[in-house]
Design a protein around this ligand. Structure first.
Ligand code: ATP
Ligand code: MG
Length: 561
């Protein structure tokens, strides 16, 4: 019991305290509030796991709230993608709600504020308003329109709503305190005019749109959210969140409280929808779900599983300080998951032909091989063997020192699930490139045959694919999208400068024939190379694989040598 309390994160501690002091369990309610202006990224996944995780832990409802107050950047496409991604991560929301559903209620409350003398229409330009804001150490200057009468404010606000003014002509501001040490309290804007751009849900119903601060807390209140979690940059907004609630709050109802936790950032990428949109729009990647993107849909297409992402998010913990998490930490969780789930298969990505000179021409054998040594239930399958096979070019050296445990002339290695072979000679072209490696095999050494020779230990084991049976596949190898850990660290340099120009390499590989039955999103381990997933670009006559992650560093080694 003791142990359990100490392992609570600080948000859980707050909830536990509230359960003791003011709420019953059934009053707990959370929400995840994305703005539908882009696809969800790995940072959002953390917030999803946090909010929905708390929902699961306390058996409390979690709403999916679309924070859709900006017709200029929001789209139904993004709503659909967000829902798909949250479902894929394995979470169920209680209610699907939209801030835009509350536009009338928010308008009515804004009228309440105007009538209390707590909001006014300002008719200055955005620049003028910004100039009067002051600095954290000097107070702001009151707008000349600050003391408009309630009647005049009402008349103007209604006219704004009715579309009588153009964008930017007026705004509605809360009348709070132009000298507040918190700049956000210096008469923040509550409404702006957006006249010509229809909203993807409410169309042309509205010509004014509520700002984030005015919308968020009141939406939490409408939904009776008990705990409203957001990222740390909203800490200074909390005072305003509370002030807005003060004006409309009914003390018989739940009063939501905002709490902040640290944003999670991932190395070698950017986690900001605005920046990710630039990568898409400027053609650096092929779309929001490009496997190089840190979006949930990109990771999914890259071969990540929901479990690996949830485990990653939960492993970080909930903190109060911003942190940059190395992408290798994320990669650890997908390797860990796929190690248990992905069948081991044969694929050769940089092939050289190997001829077994004493193996009868035209003969083929179907050899049994284990699907996954980490999973007893995975069973076995048959793979074809013949006189000509492909091996990895880097798995052969004519001469090598004693540390090279792969194939050389005069030495023996085992072909995985097949025979022991011995290097005999090479065939080269005029430039000295190796065209073929000639070997002999020991017919008694077949793996699993029970003979003395089959039990013989040799230093190396190679993966291979039978030439006449091999399927050609397009293999997409991904590298980090940015060449530095934190592309946003230097405020004077555009993050786009750090894009890695070699983040994608497309090669042709050869894979064992059983892979033709794989379906899109099926995941496999190419023996000794890495984890791969079938891409959606796969067609009846072309297999396309994405490399999810290399297997430890073996790919780096293959490329080096
Ligand atoms: P972006 O800058 O990518 O647009 P955002 O915070 O503006 O991010 P929202 O759609 O408003 O995007 O975010 C939905 C929720 O996800 C918010 O509660 C937000 O605090 C949280 N969130 C966004 N990015 C991160 C992150 N990197 N780490 C943790 N939580 C995040
Ligand atoms: Mg946002």
């Amino acid at each position: 019991m003791e142990k359990e309390t100490t392992s609570l994160n600080f948000l859980e501690q707050i909830i536990e305290k509230d359960l003791k002091e003011k709420y019953t369990k059934d009053q707990l309610r959370f929400r995840f509030p994305p703005e539908p202006n882009g696809y969800l990224h790995i940072g959002h996944a953390s917030s999803i796991c946090l909010n929905f995780g708390l929902g699961q832990k306390y058996n409390a409802p979690v709403n999916m709230r679309f924070d859709d107050t900006n017709p200029l950047s929001e789209k139904q496409e993004y709503v659909d993608a967000i829902k798909r991604d949250v479902e894929w991560l394995g979470y169920e929301w209680a209610e699907e709600v939209y801030a835009s559903d509350y536009f009338q209620q928010l308008y009515d409350w804004a009228v309440v504020l105007i009538k209390k003398g707590l909001a006014y229409v300002d008719s200055q330009s955005a620049e003028e308003i910004a100039e009067q804001k002051g600095t954290p150490t000097t107070p702001g200057v009151a707008s000349p329109y600050r003391d408009r009468s309630v009647e005049e404010n009402m008349e103007l606000f209604e006219a704004m709503r009715d579309g009588k003014y153009k964008d930017g002509e007026h705004v509605l501001r809360a009348k709070i305190d132009m000298a507040s040490p918190n700049m956000l309290m210096r008469d923040p804007i509550m409404y702006r005019i957006v006249n010509d751009t229809p909203h993807y849900r409410t169309g042309n119903d509205w010509n004014i749109y509520p700002m984030y601060d005015w919308t968020h807390g009141e939406s939490d209140y409408i939904e009776q959210i008990s705990h409203s979690f957001c990222t740390l940059e909203f800490l200074p907004h909390r005072e305003l969140y509370d002030w807005f609630l003060d004006q409309i709050y009914d003390d018989k109802k739940i009063r939501p409280i905002q709490r902040e936790f640290a944003r999670r950032n991932l190395s070698h990428t950017v986690v900001s929808k605005r920046k990710l949109l630039r990568l898409v729009n400027e053609g650096v990647v092929k779309g929001w779900d490009d496997p190089r993107m840190p979006t949930v849909s990109g990771l999914r297409r890259r071969g990540y599983t929901p479990e690996s992402i949830v485990n990653f998010a939960n492993s970080i913990g909930v903190g109060k300080r911003e942190n940059l998490i190395d992408v290798s930490h994320l990669e650890f969780f997908i390797r860990d998951d796929l190690n248990k789930k992905a069948n081991r298969v044969m694929a050769v990505l940089d092939p050289v032909k190997l001829v077994i000179t004493n193996y009868p021409e035209g003969q083929e054998e179907w050899l049994e091989t284990e699907n996954n040594p980490e999973d007893e239930t995975a069973g076995t399958r048959k793979i074809p063997f013949s006189r000509e096979i492909y091996i990895e070019r880097s798995d052969f050296k004519e001469e090598a020192n004693r540390k090279f445990f792969r194939l050389t002339l005069g030495k023996e290695v085992r072909l995985k699930s097949a025979y022991i072979i011995k290097g005999e000679s090479v065939v080269k072209d005029d430039e000295g490139n190796i065209l073929e490696i000639h070997c002999t095999y020991d017919p008694d050494s077949r793996s699993g045959s029970g003979t003395e020779a089959s039990k013989r230990k040799v230093k190396g084991t190679l993966h291979w694919v039978s030439v006449p049976h091999a399927l050609e596949a397009e293999v997409r190898l991904y590298d980090r999208l940015f060449s530095v850990p934190d592309p946003e660290s230097d405020k004077d340099v555009d993050f786009m400068e750090y894009v890695n120009p070699n983040s994608l390499e497309v090669i042709t590989g050869y894979v064992e024939p059983s892979l033709k039955d794989l379906k899109v999103e099926d995941k496999v381990q190419f023996q000794r190379i890495g984890y791969f997933v079938v891409d959606k670009d796969t067609t009846a006559d072309k297999l396309v694989f994405n490399r999810t992650v290399p297997l430890r560093d073996s790919w780096a080694k293959i490329k080096e040598s």
